[in-house]
Design a protein around this ligand. Structure first.
Ligand SMILES: [Zn+2]
Length: 150
């Protein structure tokens, strides 16, 4: 992938659904950013649960394997690096994470953000976003959530 691409189909592992790779390849052909406001509803059909000035939160369309809850937080303006976030955006992001934790009664979760060049991170979309996941440790056939972060 080039640095100019909006998505990286090489990084689509770890999803519960195999359709994700094909979706990302289609987006790559369209050559648009799937997380920018203009396109978001074309590629993302889950409702926006809450938003503030700089971030929104929704459920991931293609959750990681072995999650019981997988939320996606998307920076509303197209940036790709964490050092492009304003102090207000840092605060807004945490506000939504805390809100979701309470609203959906998450007893224990993992929150992380990949940023910058996707070849270093395992991210599929360059537009800055982060993940909030909750595993399912009491499922009969429990397996851990495993994702690439580098
Ligand atoms: Zn974007």
């Amino acid at each position: 992938m080039s640095e100019k691409s909006y998505v990286n189909p090489d990084n689509t592992q770890a999803r519960a659904s195999n359709t994700y790779t094909n979706v990302i390849k289609e987006i790559q052909k369209d050559n648009v950013c799937p997380f920018c406001q203009e396109q978001l509803t074309k590629y993302h059909k889950n409702p926006i649960l809450k938003e503030n000035a700089t971030w929104l939160i929704t459920r991931n369309m293609y959750p990681y394997k072995n999650t019981q809850q997988h939320f996606l937080l998307i920076h509303k303006k197209h940036i790709s690096r964490i050092d492009e976030m304003t102090p207000e955006a840092h605060k807004d992001l945490m506000e939504l994470v805390v809100w979701a934790t309470k609203e959906f009664d998450i007893p224990g979760g993992t929150f992380f953000m990949r940023f910058g060049d996707t070849r270093y991170t395992g991210a599929t979309v360059t537009h800055l976003h982060s993940q909030l996941v909750c595993s399912n440790p009491f499922e009969k056939d429990y397996e851990p959530v495993i994702v690439r972060v580098g």
